[in-house]
Unconditional design. Sequence first.
Length: 257
Amino acid sequence: MVLDISVLKTFQVRIGERALKTVKASRISESSVRYVCGLDVSYSGKVGGVAAAAVFEVGSGKLVDVGLAVGEPAIEYVPGLLAFREAPLLYTAFMKLPEEVRNIVDVVLVDGHGIAHPRYSGIATHIGLALDMPALGVAKRKLYGKIVLEERPCSEFPCVVGWIEDRRNPSLLLGAVLSSGTGSKLYVSPGAYVDLKTAIGLVMRVTSRGHRLPLPIYYADRLSRSVARALDSGTLSIESVADYVQNTIAKQSRLFS
């Protein structure tokens, strides 16, 4: 099948128009959030993508539950169209969580961008609209927008060191640049149903010194990577992934230390 990029971009324009309306006011407040789900994808040479959904309790730092989805990505990587490659796997991983766990999740953090995207429709936006719940993106590199740096240096970490302005509309802030617990940069942007101020506060709340990524995404990243490596080495089979997930939760202190 020939990939029609123009059709996908047109679809994203419509998604972005809807997303911009949802991020004007937040469905949640930073202080009310108790359970956060981190989403990330790693790749296996044998099975394709391995997506993980890791639900994290903010107050206790406990890993509550995890969901995994394994399969070939829908399309090859195309800059700006990451959602069409990875969002189906991430959505499936989230839906693999028990219903009672899905129902307590307050917000989803996705390794990728939200509205800081050429069509305001990064992967966090796709996920948030598909799940009909607050979602935000946390990326390690800028995709779109103009970076305006803060004049004052950070006094503690994580902290805001800059802002992401829309190149077409400079009055529109698409996201923020944070200096993480390791001093590296994170690019935070609302995906859906959460405003920028709340998104920043949430990321700061779940990012600790010594970890580049917010803990929910860090958990998802570690889990997806460990499963991908085990599948490639032959020490884990597709049939035993479900058991591996349950053992992971039981041994979380060792895996996520």
